[in-house]
Design a protein around this ligand. Structure first.
Ligand SMILES: NC(=O)c1ccc[n+]([C@@H]2O[C@H](COP(=O)([O-])OP(=O)(O)OC[C@H]3O[C@@H](n4cnc5c(N)ncnc54)[C@H](O)[C@@H]3O)[C@@H](O)[C@H]2O)c1
Length: 452
């Protein structure tokens, strides 16, 4: 006979489960997803029919968007047929790049903040790719998918858990890809590390670390580009605003959503000083930005536990003087890999307790994408991480393959933003990470070592 407290707990949980079922979909852990009516996630990773040519509409051609446009124009089978930006001169600049590459002039959409909706509705496209400020990522992706186009977005895909679910629900309902373009998963050292993990050199992976440590003070106060929108997030939000660069590569080494998943996290933020000091020391006395108040803790740290018990340390540090780092550590039962600085130690291979450089590991274990002749032919070198992420996206769409990163990755990696904010606001209380795959993480296969 259960104890009274157990029984009360059981009755309470049963009642909650009943309400959840009545409200809508259930997660595998029995939590209702308010207002959502999700069917089961696909039994196998989603793939769409192969495309001969990938016709792309690009939304947001500022700094990063223009970089993608240049890259995509070097990839066989990618065609940019429409461009949208609220700044007509940015759209014109992209149009010139497209025409200089020998492609027909793209149709331009420059009638304001919601003109991407007209692009999604009118244009005959396969893919809508967005590199807009964060608040537009979800509206653009939803408009794309609801109009039958695949969606690709810059990072983070979304800033709230609710929006993460909206991406998952819409991708499943419309049977379209929704990919978050996490370029750091394609960097040379991170791909070497993934290859070492796959070949078992690090043993069982138990712990990872990642981060985004980048002194963005100058960029946040710039009168151009990200200075126009990024600083505003520091006025209302305190958590990890940019989790995916550090988290993505570690998540891939841990088979997150493909054998394991994030279970819960806790988070803390340091005091907020960096932007205030910059405000006082760099802005003119009459600059209106002196009146802004910031709440974003300069250093946010977060610990994530996976359902298999593994641990991840994640840090966000963008308001203080410091050299760039994404941390990247993967610790296994047989060795450890680090970047910033890059070094590796593998028991039985490395001398004593010492570190080795990556050089001889590159010679033996370089990821196939980083040494392939096919990539060299298109990129003129071996491309770099930004080239490889766009190359893989186009290649998978043309071959009808599942993408390296899917909508569940976009959701799980991006949800960390709101969950850290909630944990910080509540004395670091643990926050459950939703299972966006609703149990499919148990059967989805790990990401393989893909060839070009
Ligand atoms: N993966 C990376 O390494 C990396 C690097 C830089 C930026 N980013 C991401 O790329 C995105 C864009 O950043 P950025 O540095 O290029 O910023 P940016 O400000 O230089 O560019 C944003 C562009 O979007 C346009 N825009 C704004 N609202 C729009 C709307 N509603 N419809 C159409 N166009 C609109 C702007 O006019 C501008 O041209 C952000 O999500 C950022 O996080 C990623």
């Amino acid at each position: 006979m259960p104890r009274d407290t157990d029984r009360r707990e059981f009755l309470k949980l049963s009642a909650l489960a009943g309400v959840g079922a009545a409200l809508g979909a259930m997660t595998s852990t029995g939590c209702a997803i308010p207002g959502r009516r999700l069917n089961a996630a696909p039994a196998t990773p989603f793939a769409a029919p192969p495309l001969d040519v990938v016709r792309i509409g690009f939304v947001g051609v500022g700094g990063m968007g223009t970089h993608h446009v240049r890259t995509l124009l070097r990839i066989d089978g990618a065609q940019i047929t429409a461009v949208c930006d609220i700044r007509p001169e940015h759209a014109e600049r992209a149009k010139k790049l497209v025409m200089d590459a020998g492609q027909p002039a793209p149709t331009l959409y420059t009638r304001g903040e919601r003109d991407f909706e007209r692009l999604c509705a009118k244009e005959d496209l396969d893919l809508v790719f967005t590199a807009t400020p964060w608040r537009w990522h979800v509206p653009v992706c939803l408009a794309a998918m609801n109009n039958g186009k695949h969606a690709a977005t810059e990072v983070p895909a979304a800033t709230t858990v609710e929006d993460c679910w909206a991406l998952v629900e819409t991708a499943e309902k419309t049977r379209r890809h929704c990919v978050m373009m996490e370029n750091c998963c394609y960097d040379r050292a991170e791909m070497l590390c993934l290859n070492l993990v796959r070949r078992g050199l690090l043993g069982e992976v138990l712990h990872g670390e990642g981060g985004y440590c980048h002194d963005l003070r100058g960029i946040k106060f710039s009168p151009h580009g990200e200075g126009l929108w990024r600083r505003a997030h520091s006025e209302t939000r305190d958590g990890n605003l940019y989790p995916t660069h550090g988290l993505g590569p570690v998540a891939q080494c841990m088979d997150i959503n493909r054998g394991d998943r994030f279970d819960y996290l806790v988070s803390m933020s340091s005091p907020s000083r960096g932007l205030q000091l910059w405000q006082q020391e760099h802005l003119a006395p009459d600059d209106p930005r002196r009146n802004e108040d910031y709440v974003l803790g300069d250093v946010n740290v977060c610990l994530i536990k996976t359902v298999k018990g593994r641990t991840i340390y994640l840090v966000h540090d963008t308001n203080l003087p410091r050299p760039y780092s994404r941390l990247h550590t993967v610790q296994g039962t047989r060795g450890i890999f680090e970047k910033w600085p890059s070094r590796v130690h593998i028991e039985g291979r490395s001398p004593g307790h010492g570190w080795e450089t990556l050089e001889e590991y590159y010679a033996e274990f370089e990821h196939p994408l980083w040494k392939s002749e096919a990539v060299k032919k298109v990129s003129g070198g071996h491309g770099g991480m930004d080239f490889l992420e766009d190359y893989r996206l186009i290649q998978c769409l043309r071959r009808g393959l599942p993408l390296d990163m899917d909508v569940y990755d976009a959701a799980a990696w991006s949800a960390v933003s709101e969950l850290t904010e909630r944990s910080v606001a509540d004395r670091s209380r643990p926050m459950d990470v939703p299972d966006f795959t609703r149990g499919r993480w148990k059967s989805y296969p790990p990401l393989g070592i893909v060839e070009a």
